[in-house]
Design a protein around this ligand. Structure first.
Ligand code: ZN
Length: 305
């Protein structure tokens, strides 16, 4: 079924969670228009430029960001995937792992470094240059559309999607494909920005993570609803909090930071996190936000039914 198109370069979307066509406008930020599903309340972007839907954006415009020295240093910093690795280790002690939207491969790299011989990792992404970089770091990559029927390497023990489902126009299909490729009892970890986070509530349209590439804005409820057909929810975790982002976004008053500025900020935050006292204070605030389900990101840890 093809979607009705307003402008040849834009695609009108149905609700990515319940497939309802009806929605009402909820927020406008520059060209980005967010709507709320009339049936289930999911927040999503519509209409959206084709380049975000077919992945062309990540091949072209995204390159200066993903492959900038700052972003690479930030992504490859040992603290970058600390929380993700902790969640991952709780449910998968060894086996074959697929990282969907692996970008430059930093998660799989850290996994291999910390637990040598424990995992066989594979990465896949829409961005060819990012995969080239991952490969240069020794990561095995699969250059194929994840949603393709003949996607290779069935029977994974774990599939991870770190900050992926908010970028794709068919997040439900991504979860369904993960369920198909997992072994019985295999796990899927899906991290997305938390629409109900303190940062989003305080900043709303000023928040830097309300941006064109983000097509879906999940809450715990909407992500659960989308996953529950195929998966049992083992954990819902709320992690990450960045006071520097809140301060800067309040100051910028909604002016979009460039890719390089974003990468620099991540790099600076990672450096701050290395300082022991700040790390301690930060840890306490993050834990409080996590308990209140107000931290920046939400991860569902899912087990295939
Ligand atoms: Zn809906």
């Amino acid at each position: 079924m093809s979607s009705p198109t307003i402008n040849p370069e834009e695609i009108e979307r149905r609700c990515p969670v319940c497939d309802a066509a009806g929605h009402e406008k909820c927020l406008q930020k520059g060209d980005l228009r967010l709507v709320r599903c009339a049936q289930c309340g999911m927040i999503f972007a519509s209409p959206v430029p084709v380049a975000y839907v077919n992945g062309a954006f990540y091949e072209d415009a995204g390159r200066p960001f993903y492959l900038s020295a700052e972003k690479l240093e930030g992504d490859y910093a040992p603290v970058r995937f600390e929380r993700e690795l902790r969640m991952f280790r709780r449910v998968c002690a060894r086996g074959k792992v697929l990282d969907v939207g692996c970008s430059t491969g930093a998660f799989l790299y850290q996994l291999g470094q910390r637990f040598p011989g424990g995992y066989e990792g594979f990465g896949t992404d829409v961005s060819g240059p990012a995969l080239d970089y991952a490969e240069s770091k020794g990561i095995k990559v699969i250059r194929k559309d994840f949603l393709a029927e003949d996607f290779p390497g069935r029977e994974f023990d774990a599939i991870t999607m770190w900050a992926v489902l908010e970028h794709v126009s068919e997040p439900k299909a991504f979860l369904a494909q993960a369920a198909r490729l997992l072994k019985r009892g295999g796990v899927c970890l899906a991290l997305v920005p938390n629409w109900k986070s303190l940062a989003r509530r305080v900043l709303n349209e000023r928040y830097r993570y309300i941006l064109g590439q983000h097509l879906n804005y999940f809450s715990e409820e909407s992500l659960r609803r989308m996953a529950e057909d195929q998966f049992e929810v083992l954990e819902a975790n709320f992690t990450h909090f960045n006071p520097v982002v809140i301060r800067e976004d309040l100051r910028r008053r909604g002016v979009e930071p460039s890719g390089t500025e974003r990468a620099r900020l991540l790099q600076r935050t990672n450096r701050l996190k290395k300082r022991r006292i700040l790390r301690f204070a930060y840890g306490i605030v993050e834990r409080a936000l996590s308990i209140g389900r107000l931290a920046d990101n939400l991860t569902l840890v899912l087990r295939k039914r």
